[in-house]
Write a protein that binds this ligand. Structure first.
Ligand code: AVI
Length: 325
């Protein structure tokens, strides 16, 4: 029988409304400041999720397949470090693909808490996983994991292993990344651990190509954020008047993605006029790239120690096992 996870639909809809209100405030705040920004989580509506899947398959975008290959190659060691009966907590569970590798290999995992903002996908994926792993207590949590949250009750005494793959940590500013990891550290407790996917700092050409691909999929992904504002916040962006820009900035060690206004124009968002000068940009995303010192600093500032790092033969990506100290 298929497990169902729509029992709290009313509470879920209320939570969704709160999330929508918060997003509107965030959007207007970001567009009305001197240095215009939009929160990257806006990328992931249905169309954006589809485009992101296409990005993951691009030749230039090495991150997803490299991380998966590292996970596949070292999942046995990961399971040995995690130990038996652990409760797995995944931040941003999405389609729940990578976690299957862990659930298949960990020794008798006791629970799985997928955390995601998309309620329908979360319910669907949770039901499938509960069916496929009947001995694992699946406890989905519909939440924006960038904000403080409370985990559902988990089996007594189970070691908590957080899972945050995909280099999503790179989309946080380093101070936010540290604050987020501190919350993860509190959530996993004293003997907890975190399995983290981290994109490594590398030559600018490789990075620039990964975020400005020849087929223009990333450009479409970037501009889709404007289509979403048009639909959901009654905005009137003309997508043809915004150009995708992506480049590696060496000192902060990040890819910056921007949408550049090709001319002076005024756009309306939720009834509020927003003026653009020609060449002015909306900063839509940062993707920080870590070297070893930066990774060590991040882990230490959040109360973790780097227990193991695995990489690929081209040294592009890390899967890192962090332990609470
Ligand atoms: C989700 N995140 C890790 C991606 C990244 O590489 O920063 C998002 C992305 N943006 C453009 N391409 C992919």
């Amino acid at each position: 029988m298929t497990a169902r996870f729509d029992l709290h639909a009313a509470a879920g809809a209320r939570a969704q409304r709160r999330i929508d209100d918060r997003l509107r405030e965030e959007v207007l705040r970001g567009l009305r400041t001197e240095r215009k920004t939009l929160p990257p989580k806006l990328f992931y509506d249905a169309r954006g999720a589809e485009l992101f899947e296409r990005i993951c398959e691009l030749d230039e975008y090495y991150l997803t397949r490299t991380e998966l290959a590292i996970l596949r190659a070292h999942v046995g060691e990961i399971a040995a470090l995690a130990g038996p009966r652990c409760a797995l907590v995944e931040y941003g569970s999405g389609a729940g693909v990578k976690v299957r590798l862990l659930l298949d290999t960990l020794e008798a995992p006791s629970a799985y808490v997928p955390i995601d903002i998309s309620r329908e996908q979360l319910a669907r994926v949770s039901a499938t996983l509960a069916d496929d792993y009947p001995d694992v207590a699946v406890r989905p949590l519909c939440a924006d994991y960038t904000t403080p949250l409370r985990l559902p009750p988990l089996p007594e005494g189970a070691r908590r292993l957080a899972f945050f793959p995909g280099s999503t940590i790179g989309n946080f500013h380093p101070t936010e990344a540290a604050a987020f990891l501190r919350r993860v550290r509190r959530a996993v407790g004293r003997d907890g651990a975190l399995l983290l996917g981290v994109d490594r700092r590398k030559d600018a050409a490789t990075l620039n190509a990964a975020y400005d691909d020849r087929a223009g999929v990333t450009a479409e992904f970037n501009r889709n954020i404007l289509a979403r504002l048009n639909r959901e916040l009654a905005a009137d962006f003309d997508l043809a008047r915004f150009r995708h820009r992506a480049f590696f900035a060496s000192e902060p060690s990040r890819i910056e993605m921007h949408l550049e206004s090709t001319e002076a124009q005024t756009v309306h968002v939720a009834g509020v006029p927003v003026r653009f000068a020609k060449g002015e940009t909306i900063w839509t995303e940062s993707s920080y790239k870590y070297d070893h010192p930066r990774l060590q600093r991040l882990a230490a500032s959040a109360g973790f120690v780097v227990r193991r790092r695995w990489t690929d033969s081209a040294k592009k990506f890390w899967v890192v096992f962090l332990e609470a100290v």
